[in-house]
Ligand binder design. Structure first.
Ligand code: IPM
Ligand code: MN
Length: 356
């Protein structure tokens, strides 16, 4: 029994975010009762509705408050009446940057009972983790316009790759691979044949750091090829490390082969600071208020959050609960086709955790 108390920031956000967050919190509560750890929720109403009402996206004071938390649980950001980019950049990306959450950790795991679109592959074939750099690359916002709005317009968007940023990400990936119970294989995903500056730095750093990890075998794949291998031979992968943009793209492909956005979760991690966990699907506005969206991705985000906090037993029991539900209960992971409501799915996992 642990007697720790965690400060958990909660940003339910937009659309179906609040609904799936509620189910995640149900499971968190069940786990805390079972394992004795304590937590306090600090709720924030940032998102599209608040922005439309007040014009405020994320005040500076919120960032300062976030820094005092242990973790943040985020639902979803994105509102049909708000121009794309405002909330994503103002809330999600800003938090990642300001809290220096330099790792985006995305497990791609096919649970029993979940259908993958890849014919002939099962849970034993699809089980890898993508370590995505989360603060640099094309996301750094470096660039600008010249002669905007004219026929001579120039738009430049640069990929920023610092030795520090690349090295800490690669080190994290090696450490993660070392403690993960699989093949002890780390694949660098890049584009060394074209992006000859950025991925030269990645490749050199990767090779240097790999010398400190003789027990881990290393591999390299171009990003386009990795998209092919994800579909053809997903069993080849254990841990993959890559930059921000490539990581963004390949993890959506990863989410699809593990059964879709209904189950895919991710962590924005600052190993020395405050981390944030989220279901990686969007706010799915058309399903808002219908009680049909799948909360398992949000529940998996809670599972990752507890694992990160060191509540390993609780995390592992939640995962067993998710597997029970996917393998024995749900007809499909898709919204409206599960055979159960959002709250029923949350109840099933929570009850499993409580041992009822
Ligand atoms: C993700 C999302 C974000 C990203 C968007 C919403 C800015 O797609 O978390 O993968 O591109 O990182
Ligand atoms: Mn994405």
């Amino acid at each position: 029994m642990s007697n720790k108390k965690y400060m958990v920031g909660v940003i339910p956000g937009d659309g179906t975010g609040p609904k799936v967050v509620r189910e995640g919190l149900k499971v968190l509560s069940a786990a805390s009762e079972k394992y004795g750890f304590k937590y306090e929720l600090v709720e924030y109403d940032f998102g599209g509705d608040r922005y439309l009402k007040t014009g405020e996206v994320l005040p500076d004071s919120a960032i300062e408050e976030f820094k005092k938390l242990d973790v943040i649980f985020l639902g979803a950001i994105g509102h049909p009446d708000v121009k794309p980019g405002i909330l994503e950049q103002g809330i999600l990306l800003r938090t990642r940057f300001e809290l220096d959450q330099y790792i985006n950790l995305r497990p791609v795991k096919l649970y029993p009972g979940v259908e993958t679109p890849i014919k002939g592959k099962g849970p034993e074939d699809i089980d890898f983790v993508v370590v995505r750099e989360n603060t640099e690359g094309l996301y750094a916002g470096a660039g600008g316009f010249l002669k905007k709005g004219t026929f001579d317009e120039v738009a430049v968007q640069e990929s920023i790759n610092t030795r520090k940023g690349v090295e800490r990400c690669i080190r994290y990936a090696f450490e993660y691979c070392k403690q993960r119970n699989k093949d002890k294989k780390l694949t660098l995903c890049g584009k060394t044949n074209v992006l000859t500056y950025a991925f030269d730095l990645w490749q050199r750093t990767f090779n240097e750091v790999s010398k400190e990890y003789p027990q881990i075998s290393t591999d390299y794949a171009h990003v386009d090829a990795i998209c092919m291998w994800f579909l053809k031979n997903p069993e080849w992968f254990d841990v993959i490390v890559t930059d921000n943009m490539f990581g963004d793209i390949i993890t959506d492909l990863g989410a699809m082969i593990q059964g879709g956005m209904g189950i895919a979760a991710g962590g924005n991690i600052n190993p020395e600071g405050v981390s944030m966990f989220e279901p990686i699907g969007g706010s799915a506005p058309k399903y808002t208020g219908k009680n049909v969206i799948n909360p398992l991705a949000a529940i998996c985000a809670v599972q990752m959050m507890l694992d990160y906090l060191g509540e390993k037993e609780a995390a592992s029991l939640i995962e067993k609960g998710v597997v029970k539900v996917t393998s024995e209960k749900l007809k499909s992971l898709s919204a409206g086709k599960m055979g159960y409501t959002t709250s029923e799915v949350g109840d099933m996992v929570a009850n499993f955790v409580s041992g009822e």
